[in-house]
Design a protein around this ligand. Sequence first.
Ligand code: DQA
Length: 146
Amino acid sequence: TSILVLNGPNLNLLGTRQPEIYGHTTLADVEEMCVAHGKTHGIDVTCAQSNHEGALVTHIHEARGKHAGIVLNAGAYTHTSIALMDAIKGTEMPTVEMHLSNVHARESFRHTSFIAPVAIGVIAGFGVNSYKLAIDALLGFLETRP
Ligand code: DQA
């Protein structure tokens, strides 16, 4: 099995961006952690990041047939992107929405998600551990799916 961990806009700044909210771990560290976590489950984890909405749409399209599912931290596009919602719906890729921060404890514009209605479920608020929890949730879903 292989899964895609896809990060959206500004997540390339992890480690230096508002560390009081997002922590000190860099994106490279997060990606390494995700690959290592996948290995403990015997699965391949591919990581990708883009600041561009259309590039993220293309990543979702290209995941079809290549990966069993997606862990998606769409960053601010979570709250705005009908295109990402349509890509997940259109490809029927099993997707876990995730966030480092607890978006529901923050500004009200972060309480809306265009991804959540088409996602298997949502993980938010556990810092970098959210990635591991989202991988586990996705694998659990894939294992028990009829
Ligand atoms: C985020 C939360 C979003 O609201 C924000 O725009 C981000 C990061 C998170 O991981 O906590 O860029 O997705």
